[in-house]
Design a protein around this ligand. Structure first.
Ligand code: MOS
Length: 688
């Protein structure tokens, strides 16, 4: 869709916006993968006779006959290349048929025999396989040590030493992963549900031994991702493989039941936090030690201790990550990887410290604001946590809060606060902006809209630079043959693509200012920000926020209900208030969901996550979030992009769970250190 930006929403609500699975090229056939039913071992035989007996079935691919792929730098994409099974649910065969039903039936009829081996899927402290990785996700050093934590701990007047746990969680976007692939000679076109087609193009080209120019990847509209579409997933490789074998276009839409195993998830964490402080609440030592796990296929270390390197002043600090490789599906990005689970622990511990010192939790955070980024010593490009805490407290009515919550009949009511943070990530991009002879403008950049309104905000940026009404600007995005743009991830999209659009629009504006009419073929300017985005690295660049929650806990049943959630964020300049508010609210709702509902459970016998659908994996619905409000403070940060934006996609989920847990403690006196906070944690402990 390349209509004016404001029509993008209309396309979505009227159903004309096309998602990956809406593409059905002529002659298109259907594929359905077969998941492994053991958690570790090898495929010893595949009997496809029953599946192939159906004349509608074109083929069943297995590791024995599937096309050979070139070496995959992501081992989860080496599909059907070996007999090894690294986790339950990993694909071991692929049925291709004339109809979706026939493909599904064929997949179910494939008989796979395994040599199963004992599997290891339970994360325990003291697991013999625990090791110290070099890096955690995001390229952060796994360990950082500053000052002498042990000495600070020994000398402290007040100590908090607590261990927090977060379960595995799954992204579950509304639109499950889907791809349609077709070959024309040696040219491959895929419509994929992806957060970034440049990477889909790069990876498919590498796997199939093609030049990048031979692969076109398109993600016109995407129904959510939250990180699980941030890198190519097995479905798109399988679709391309099958299309090559059968010589027809192939569509492959994953059933939601498969998602838990093949598109990543948030790994569980065990987090020991120690805070050493004076009676005045000033922190002298901070330690956050993470244990997590990943799959045997590839290392992925949830960087949960990284926000502690940013948040609070402390003369000494020790932040570490340990990991164990197990026979489980490969974890990956889920909205604010690192910050979301890490700040649950740190911000809960801050609440425990506030209580131990008898200091208001807002005040405790103000007292511990650092002047420079603690671990790097770099100055902050700008840092408005104080403003967020103060404005949030005012809007929420925090000052009326007593030391303990109140009782309303059976309901125990309490309030809690937590801080939020997320780094400013900006990647290189290229863009073209063109003035048409008819007075309209066209923005071209390979951005991806995962439901955030990327077309609109890019048009807003160009319109502002060109000083024209936004409805005269249209944006062409979501194709790998457009000027380069990176993934819609890390809250970096708008700043990264937008910077290139800003630069190209500025160049175009200069040319237009030279005068003369726009020629019939239009007038265009382009820009590449590779060198520009390298600027500003001498500053620590982060967004901050503060979230306030009010909960009620049923004294008899232990049921927790969120009554109010209010967040104030400092995320640079807000470019499109309507869509920004929606993203912040969405993050906060997902944070509330993480606090109270979301949990995948590893079945130790089957070696699999038990939840396969939205009936078993609970996410917050409207009734769970009756009153959620997001605000922001005015922030002018001169050291980010020329738009002044910092990124808003993830910060809303950071700290939310701690605000809720802290409110539960205020209401009940029960400190819940393990998510989700459910009846299980509170039943029989609330005096009912
Ligand atoms: Mo996000 S987890 O950076 O897609």
């Amino acid at each position: 869709m390349t209509g004016p930006a404001r029509l993008e929403g209309r396309d979505k609500v009227t159903g004309t916006a096309r998602y990956a699975d809406d593409h059905r090229p002529p002659g298109c056939v259907h594929a359905c993968p077969v998941p492994a039913t053991v958690a570790r071992g090898a495929v010893t035989a595949v009997d496809t006779a029953a599946a192939l007996a159906d004349p509608r079935v074109l083929t069943v691919l297995t590791h024995l006959d599937a096309p050979r792929l070139a070496h995959a730098d992501d081992p989860t994409l080496a599909v059907l290349q070996s007999a090894r099974v690294a986790h339950r649910g990993q694909y071991v065969a692929l049925a291709v048929a004339e109809t979706p039903e026939a493909a599904e039936q064929a997949a179910a009829a494939v008989r796979v025999t395994y040599a199963a081996e004992p599997h290891d899927v339970v994360l325990t402290e003291g697991h013999p396989g625990v090791y110290a990785p070099e890096q955690a996700n995001g390229g952060h050093p796994a360990d950082r040590v500053r000052g002498d934590f042990d000495a600070a701990w020994a000398a402290a007047e007040v100590r908090v030493d607590a261990t927090y746990r977060t379960p595995p969680m799954h992204n579950h976007p509304m639109e499950p992963h889907a791809a349609t692939a077709r070959w024309e000679g040696d040219r491959l076109t895929v419509h994929d549900s992806s957060q970034g087609t440049a990477e889909v193009q790069r990876v498919l080209a590498a796997l199939f031994g093609l030049e990048r120019s031979q692969v076109l990847a398109v993600s016109e509209h995407v129904g959510g991702g939250f990180g699980c579409k941030g890198t190519p997933r097995p479905h798109v490789v399988l679709a391309a493989m099958a299309a090559r074998v059968v010589g027809r276009p192939v569509r492959l839409a994953l059933p939601r039941a498969h998602l838990a195993a093949v598109v990543g998830h948030r790994a569980p964490t065990v987090q020991r936090v120690r805070l050493a402080a004076g009676r005045d609440g000033r922190i002298e030592g901070l330690a956050q030690e993470i244990l997590t796990r990943c799959s045997t296929l590839k290392e992925f270390v949830e960087q949960a201790a990284v926000p502690a390197r940013v948040m609070y002043r402390s003369p000494s600090s020790r932040t570490t990550h340990r990991v164990v490789r197990q026979d489980v599906p490969a974890p990956s990005w889920m909205r604010a990887p690192g910050e979301a689970p890490g700040m649950f622990a740190l911000e809960s511990a801050m609440d425990e410290l506030a209580l131990a010192c008898g200091i208001d939790p807002v005040e405790l955070r103000l007292r511990n604001e650092p002047g420079t980024e603690p671990d790097s010593g770099r100055p902050f490009s700008s840092r408005h946590l104080t403003e967020c805490l103060r404005e949030g407290a005012r809007r929420f009515g925090w000052e009326r809060r007593g030391p303990a919550g109140r009782a309303e009949g059976r309901l125990l009511v309490g309030t809690g606060v937590a801080a939020s943070t997320y780094p400013v990530l900006i990647g290189p991009a290229s863009a073209e902006v063109r003035a048409e002879a008819n007075g309209t403008f066209l923005v071209r950049v390979n951005a991806t809209d995962i439901g955030t309104g990327a077309r609109t905000v890019l048009a807003v940026i160009a319109a502002e630079v060109l000083a024209v009404p936004v409805d005269r600007v249209r944006a062409e995005i979501g194709r790998s043959d457009l000027p380069y743009g990176g993934v819609a991830g890390g809250s970096s999209g708008t700043s990264s693509w937008g910077w290139a659009v800003h630069a190209a629009a500025s160049a175009l504006a200069r040319r237009l200012a030279e005068g003369g009419p726009v020629p019939a073929e239009g007038l265009s300017a382009d820009a590449d920000t590779r060198e520009l985005v390298a600027q500003g690295a001498e500053y620590a660049r982060h967004a901050f926020g503060a979230q306030f929650a009010e909960v009620q806990v049923d004294r008899d049943t232990g049921e927790v209900r969120l009554r109010r959630l209010l967040g104030v964020f400092a995320a640079g300049r807000i470019l499109n208030p309507r869509t920004a508010r929606s993203q912040l609210l969405g993050g906060m709702v997902m944070g509330a969901s993480m606090a109270l509902l979301e949990e995948s459970t590893m079945d130790p016998e089957f070696g699999d996550h038990a939840e396969r659908d939205l009936a078993a994996y609970h996410v917050a619905v409207n009734a769970d979030v009756p009153d959620v409000q997001a605000y922001w403070v005015a922030e002018q940060d001169p050291h980010v992009s020329p738009m002044g934006s910092k990124g808003i996609g993830e910060i809303g989920i950071v700290g939310t769970a701690a605000a809720v847990a802290n409110a539960v403690h205020h209401a009940t006196g029960v400190r819940v250190r393990e998510l989700p906070i459910g009846v299980r944690a509170l039943l029989g402990r609330t005096g009912g």
